[in-house]
Design a protein around this ligand. Structure first.
Ligand SMILES: Nc1ncnc2c1ncn2[C@@H]1O[C@H](COP(=O)(O)OP(=O)(O)OP(=O)(O)O)[C@@H](O)[C@H]1O
Length: 360
């Protein structure tokens, strides 16, 4: 079977500001009814990418395709209003002098009756039936955001570009509006490209995550794959705290204070980093100066002393000063576990949950 044609595709987009490369060879695609999240730290070029797709900014190189048709390269350009792209940005800016209903109807064609029907349908969908004659300033922030959502959805865009659209909302409100927005977009088979710097938001919303750093896409894939098969150390630390142990490879085995780690294909003498998340470090009590016996799945235990323990709600975070030195080790325990400062414990690293990256 042939691969489906993406609703939206960028090919090798490049953008420079004053000679500085801020978007560097970005290729992305989004299928109808799917959400791709462009995830990365502030300033990595996410919004610039979105602005080029929206057509409000020109790329220096590369192409934008919609439904298999070229809409923009460096010569040819379909104007923004003919791209059938909806926009929803953090500063959603409703028109303050227009009533809610007029705001939602703003981009709609058709007869007055058709417009009124569509406005009524959308306001009901976002839980704001009966508010059509209110002015924006009479609504709360969350309600205004829902109006902005209704306005963006009204013309049934085939593509929706969203730039941190929920970041102005408090947590509880945000989850509800986020889920509701996705439901509506999926129902309409809209392709969504969402920009965020929050890994949780990307994990929650995306079918595909494109991890962006310094203008480049460093990894692209399903959230599960990005989380469990990260491309490099920075990709691991973007999603959670990490512990890092250094080692050197001999005969495809990395030697470290925690014992040996398999390092297939890594040349002799190569320095590597073993990266492990706090939830994948195992703890054992000290028994008269002894720890657990080494095993194949967990390797050798190393002793550390508790320096800090905090209860975080669903789990406890314990920090250790390790006998071999280096930065403190962070360990999370899914329970209330608050050992005293100075308590000796033995730490092991789960071999099936750690990542090994060469140090360059
Ligand atoms: N019009 C402009 N002129 C010059 N530099 C710009 C312009 N717009 C953005 N930049 C720079 O380009 C880089 C990428 O900006 P962009 O807004 O795309 O990043 P971002 O990943 O969306 O960040 P944020 O999440 O903070 O919005 C930044 O270093 C920014 O300062």
């Amino acid at each position: 079977m042939q691969d489906p044609i993406p609703r939206l595709e960028t090919r090798n987009l490049v953008r420079r500001y004053d000679g500085r490369l801020v978007v560097d060879d970005v290729s992305l695609s989004v299928l109808p009814g799917q959400v791709t999240c462009l995830l990365g730290p502030s300033g990595c070029g996410k919004s610039t990418t979105l602005r080029m797709i929206a057509g409000v900014e020109m790329q220096d190189a590369g192409e934008i395709w919609v439904d298999g048709k070229l809409v923009c390269d460096t010569v040819y350009r379909v104007p923004p209003e003919r791209r059938h792209i909806g926009l929803m940005f953090q500063d959603f800016a409703l028109f303050p002098h227009l009533r809610v209903g007029e705001n939602v109807a703003f981009g709609l064609g058709g007869t007055a009756d058709e417009k009124a029907a569509r406005v009524g349908e959308l306001l009901e969908r976002v839980g704001l039936s009966g508010y059509d004659r209110n002015f924006p300033h009479e609504l709360s922030g969350g309600e205004q955001q829902r109006v902005a959502l209704a306005r963006a959805l009204a013309p049934r865009p085939s593509i929706m570009l969203m730039d941190e659209p929920f970041s102005g909302l408090d947590n509880r409100l945000r989850d509800g509006i986020r889920d509701q927005t996705l439901d509506i977009l999926r129902e309409q088979d809209t392709a969504v490209l969402l920009v965020t710097h929050e890994p949780e938001e990307a994990m929650r919303m995306a079918d595909t995550i494109a991890l962006m750093r310094d203008g480049r896409i460093v990894q692209q894939g399903a959230p599960y794959n990005i989380y469990n098969a990260p491309a490099d150390r920075a990709a691991v630390s973007f999603f959670s705290d990490v512990n890092v142990v250094r080692g050197t490879v001999h005969g495809a085995l990395a030697e470290t204070p925690f014992g040996q780690f398999l390092a297939p294909g890594v040349p002799n003498g190569q320095a590597v980093e073993i990266v492990v998340r706090p939830q994948h470090v195992k703890l054992d009590f000290d028994r008269a100066g002894k720890g657990p016996v080494p095993t194949i799945s967990d390797g050798t235990a190393v002793r550390g002393e508790v320096r800090r323990a905090r209860f975080m709600g669903g789990e406890s975070l314990v920090e250790f000063e390790m006998e071999f030195g280096g930065p403190r080790f962070k360990v999370t325990v899914p329970a209330v576990f608050l050992p005293k400062n100075g308590t000796p414990m033995w730490l092991t690293i789960r071999r099936d949950k750690c990542f090994i990256f060469p140090v360059h």
